[in-house]
Design a binder for this molecule. Structure first.
Ligand code: HXC
Ligand code: NAP
Length: 295
């Protein structure tokens, strides 16, 4: 048998057995990959987003692949009434809900001065308002039912550094990060845990078409910015997500885990640019530096 790698599933069989998990934006990209793994680990899944045809196709595909239960529910997370309706449908179908993954997002690159106020609103409404809408509706339900539960928020590494050209997304993700840490404390007394994952580049059609359109994918190969010189594999993110929503992480609360191969630190360290110095130049550089002592 070959040795397991980051491309393999990590948790033991049935690690999520019996849990009912809602993944917003679960029809595509990383939401779909996390959903698939949760199903493989025995969870009952609900995937939600605006495009019902996409959801139904994904639900059929995932249930055929995993033999698990997947319920597709159309829900625009920026509309609180739709979120309440979605929650009701989930509880009617499965009798309970244990985990919410706030994964739905909207984003595109643009110089900020080119944005209309509605463009700014549209991102904030999906990412920040969508996350607090779902969090509030599910939280009120769990508190009333006296049920312990867990919320996993998907942010980005620029949630704390900020980033030019994706300013509405950066503002919204910073808000989600703050929501994660604030409620991790406030709602711990109700047995509700909050954690977040900050992914670096994980290729998905949704993100790449909006952030690196056309030949920008080749001009700005994000893998080159990562010290480990590769993009993320969906399974390694799914492994982390499954752990954080499982009871194996019961004492982890309020944490944000970066999974980016060291990408954001690469940009942050003052002298990280010295990576570009060829190995053979270091003898000469050392000599020059040592000379400083005698001058
Ligand atoms: C300027 C733009 C624009 C653009 C849209 N708008 N695209 N402005 N440049 N490229 C403006 C519109 O003209 C409109 O303003 C306003 O934004 C809302 O646009 P709509 O199309 O009406 O909104 P909506 O249908 O809600 O679509 C939302 C969306 C779309 C974000 C614009 O792209 C979407 O549905 N995205 C969902 C999936 C997604 O974004 N995935 C990527 C996630 S990646 P006006 O004034 O004209 O009315 C991510 C992090 C990645 O989050 C980090 C990578 C490392
Ligand atoms: P994606 O495939 O485009 O996923 C975004 C999902 O959000 C879509 O399924 C979309 O479905 C849904 N969505 C958008 N607006 C919605 C709304 N108003 N209500 C409900 N659902 C809505 O992109 P992705 O790359 O997988 O991104 C997933 C998450 O990872 C996001 O939180 C993103 O910020 C984060 N992330 C991704 C990367 C990366 O490299 N890929 C890096 C850092 C963080 P509909 O259009 O059907 O609504």
């Amino acid at each position: 048998m070959s040795e397991p790698t980051y491309k393999d599933s990590m948790l033991k069989e049935d690690a999520l057995k019996g849990k009912v998990i809602v993944v917003t934006g679960g029809g595509t990209g990383l939401g779909k990959s996390m959903s698939k793994y949760f199903l493989e680990l025995g969870a009952n899944l609900v995937i939600t987003s605006r495009k019902v045809d996409v959801l139904k196709k994904t639900a059929d595909e995932l249930s055929a692949e995993t033999k698990g239960n997947v319920l597709p529910v159309q829900c625009d997370v920026s509309d609180y009434a739709q979120v309440e309706k979605m929650l009701k449908e989930v509880v009617e179908k499965f009798g309970k809900v244990d985990v919410l993954v706030n994964n739905a997002a909207g984003n595109f690159i643009s110089p900020t001065e080119r944005l209309s106020n509605r463009a700014f609103d549209s991102i904030i409404n999906i990412v920040l308002k969508g996350t607090y809408n779902c969090t509030l509706a599910f939280g009120k339900y769990w508190i009333e039912k006296k049920q312990s539960a867990s919320i996993l928020n998907i942010v980005t590494t620029y949630a704390w550094t900020g980033s030019a050209y994706v300013v509405p997304s950066a503002c919204a993700k910073a808000g989600v990060l703050s929501l994660t840490r604030s409620l991790a404390v406030e709602w711990a007394k109700y047995g509700i845990r909050f954690n977040a994952i900050a992914p670096g580049p994980f290729p998905t059609k949704g993100a790449w078409d909006r952030l690196l359109p056309g030949d920008m994918k080749d001009k700005f190969d994000l893998a080159k910015k990562v010290p480990l010189k590769r993009a993320g594999e969906h399974q390694e993110l799914a492994n982390l997500a499954a752990y954080l929503v499982s009871d194996f992480s019961a004492y982890i609360n309020g944490e944000v885990i970066t999974i980016d191969g060291g990408e954001w630190l690469q940009g942050a360290g003052q002298f990280n640019m010295l990576e570009a110095v060829p190995k053979e130049m270091w003898d000469q550089i050392e000599m020059m530096v040592r000379k400083a002592k005698s001058q």
